[in-house]
Structures are given as structure tokens and as C-alpha cells.
Design a protein around this ligand. Structure first.
Ligand SMILES: CC(C)(COP(=O)(O)O)[C@@H](O)C(=O)NCCC(=O)N[C@@H](CSSC[C@H](N)C(=O)O)C(=O)O
Length: 346
């Protein structure tokens, strides 16, 4: 497991003071993404993070030869003040990402887990934020703390999987909080994963902001309600669509899977197909907020839409749909690797 981080992402970087010398829209006709990165500073910890990811990738390139998957998980925030008191959040508990990471590990992948700081993590998710208070997992016997026997067997299974991931150095935890941190980190990790060529897989389950408040419009201090006559009118810009850069430039050899989240089932498939057409990546997994734990749909350009559903019985027995999703994604990744290697030999 990753060594203790010397940085946190949830504390606002107040010294990224607004750099008003950078014009809102520089003269050169840059792409939206280039313009974004020119107008927004990288997180201060990016070099340290880059070194950690490089070391992890080099380790697996030289030793395990494992395929490497970047799993993104949790929601990004959009701060409304530089000294952040208020922010807009995107819904995601992190269950999809954390659970998927476990099944990737069990299927022999090395996992870079890019997650919203303090959201659910692989393995510990079984015992954090749950309905049981953490202390319910313990009892006192002969003046000593013991594991509550009601949970011991299940906990042993999880602990063994956790230790296997740690001992094989197969899980790297990388946090984010804001959409700016996420975008810079995604770009950095993608460029490092270039080294793994087709054996890199991107599984983008994070709920990424679609709108943000540019640095050039961000107040330095907490917005004062009385100054605006009690109203708060926010003028947000669209977050540049990074998926296309990921596909075309950052990691062109990797297989890329994105998730499409909707709440209206009449538009889900259409929106998933639009994303595929727009970004030209390999798979969109569509899911509805209301039924995301019970069913998803695989949307590709070359096969009919494929629904994956838990039966009512499986759902009632708390079966995890990721147990079916991940092997199906891995099967497609293996095909992707095979096809690309055959193309290289032509
Ligand atoms: C977030 C959930 C629903 C999981 O929930 P938890 O288990 O509670 O964590 C996940 O399955 C999902 O749909 N994730 C993707 C959600 C999302 O925001 N997808 C974006 C596309 S990926 S964000 C990419 C960016 N906007 C761009 O277009 O470049 C969308 O639907 O539009």
C-alpha cells in the first residue's frame, strides 16, 4: 500500500493567489484544455505525486509485468472562493470505484486508485461509513480489545485480500478533492502510463464536475452575503472535455472506459453513445443514479448494448455488480491488447 502521504488535497491552497497577469483567454488559439492548464496552477504536490506514480509503474514494468488500471472514484469539488468556505460537489460515495478496484486486484491487475480524499477505499470500505459504528467490530475480553466474533470470519477474508495487495505493492492510493487537482493528476498519471502502452486501462468512475469557477473570477476570501443583497449569482464555465485529450494525446495506446451517469432512463443509452462518438474511446458503462448498484449497460461502437443486471435475489443478498462488470471489462481489455499487438505486427 502507498506510504503515508505528506500532502492532503482537501486543504485549500490559499497561496495559489489569483494570478491576474494571466489573460482569461490568451491570444493564441489554444484548445480548451491547453487554455485551462495555462490559466490554472498545478497542485503544489504534483512533482511528489508524479515521482510516486512513476516508481509504482516502473516496479510493475520490471517485476510483476501486471496490467495496470487507473480507477478514478468519488466526486470532484468546485471551490467558490480561493480561501474555500463554499464549494459545489458532485455526488459519488466512491462505492463503484472502491469495489471495482478490489475486483481488478483479485483479477491480477495493479491498481492506481485516484479517489476523492476521505471517500470509500478498497477493503476498508467494508468497515467505514457503514451503518455499524467502528467500535461495534470490537469487544472487551479480559481487559483486552478483541475483534467481535460476529464479524471475525468476514473480516479475516477482507484482511487477507488487503495484505495480499499491500505485500505485492499492487495498490497505489492517490487523492484529489477539487476538479483542478483531478484534471492535473489525471494528465500526469496518463502521461506516465504511456510507458505501459496497451497494458494500461482507464476506468473512469469518478463523478467529474462539468462546470467550474475559473481562477480569474474567484474571490480571494469568503463571499459576504450582505454585499450581494442576500443573493448569490454564480457564473460557471464548462469544464473542458478532457476525455478527448486522454484518448488522443495523453494515453493513445491505452483502453479507456468511461461511465455515463443519468437519472432519466429515456436518455441514458443515447448520451452514452454520444460520449463514444465524441471521444472515440472503447467503452461507456451507462448507469442510472437510482439503480446504479443493480444494473449497468455496456455501450460500444461494435456490439449491441449489453445490460448487466443483478436479480432481485442477488441484490437482496448484497451481491456486488462489480463482480460481473470487472471480468467483462478485463475480457475486453485483453482483446484490445491482442488486437493492437496484431496490428503492430502487420
Ligand atoms: C458515480 C457513480 C454513479 C458511482 O456512484 P458511487 O458508487 O456512489 O460512487 C459511477 O458509477 C458513475 O457513473 N461515474 C461517472 C459519473 C460522471 O460524472 N460521468 C460523466 C462522464 S465522465 S467525466 C468526463 C468529463 N465530464 C468530460 O466529458 O471530459 C458524465 O456522466 O458526463
Amino acid at each position: 500500500m502507498s506510504p503515508k502521504k505528506s500532502f492532503h488535497t482537501s486543504n485549500p491552497e490559499t497561496d495559489t493567489a489569483i494570478d491576474r497577469t494571466i489573460p482569461d483567454f490568451p491570444a493564441a488559439q489554444l484548445s480548451d484544455e491547453d487554455r485551462y492548464f495555462r490559466a490554472h496552477k498545478p497542485p503544489k504536490y504534483l512533482d511528489e505525486l508524479s515521482a510516486e506514480v512513476s516508481e509504482f509503474v516502473e516496479f510493475h514494468l520490471k517485476n510483476s509485468k501486471k496490467n495496470i488500471v487507473l480507477v478514478t472514484s468519488g466526486g470532484t469539488t468546485v471551490p467558490l472562493e480561493n480561501n474555500t468556505v463554499r464549494f459545489i460537489d458532485n455526488f459519488s460515495a466512491g462505492t463503484r470505484g472502491a469495489t471495482s478496484a478490489e475486483y481488478f486486484l483479485e483479477n491480477g491487475y495493479a491498481v492506481i486508485f485516484l479517489h476523492r480524499e476521505f471517500s470509500l477505499l478498497p477493503y476498508s470500505r467494508h468497515y467505514s461509513h457503514t451503518t455499524n459504528c467502528f467500535l461495534d467490530y470490537m469487544t472487551e475480553e479480559d481487559n483486552k480489545v478483541q475483534i467481535n466474533r460476529d464479524f471475525a470470519d468476514e473480516m479475516l477474508v477482507v484482511l487477507r485480500k488487503y495484505n495480499a495487495a499491500k505485500e505485492s505493492n499492487s495498490l497505489l492510493l492517490i487523492p484529489f478533492t477539487t476538479v483542478n487537482q483531478y484534471l492535473y493528476t489525471l494528465k500526469t498519471i496518463s502521461e506516465i502510463l504511456h510507458r505501459v502502452d496497451t497494458r494500461a486501462l482507464f476506468y473512469l468512475a469518478a463523478a467529474v464536475s462539468d462546470f467550474f469557477l475559473p481562477q480569474s473570477k474567484m474571490p480571494q476570501h469568503k463571499i459576504q452575503s450582505q454585499e450581494s443583497g442576500g443573493k448569490l449569482i454564480i457564473d460557471l464555465e464548462p469544464v473542458p472535455k478532457f476525455l478527448s485529450r486522454l484518448v488522443d494525446n495523453w494515453a493513445p495506446a491505452a483502453m479507456i472506459v468511461s461511465f455515463k451517469l443519468e437519472t432519466d432512463n429515456t436518455i441514458l443509452i443515447k448520451k452514452a453513445k454520444n460520449a463514444l462518438t465524441r471521444y472515440q474511446h472503447q467503452l461507456v458503462i451507462g448507469n442510472l443514479l437510482q439503480t446504479r448498484k443493480k444494473e449497468v449497460v455496456f455501450v460500444t461502437t461494435d456490439e449491441p448494448d449489453q445490460w448487466i443486471k443483478l436479480t432481485d435475489e442477488e441484490y437482496k443478498n448484497k451481491e456486488e455488480i462489480e463482480k460481473i462488470i470487472i471480468p467483462a471489462v478485463i475480457e475486453r481489455h485483453h482483446k484490445w491488447i491482442k488486437q493492437r499487438n496484431e496490428n503492430k505486427q502487420k
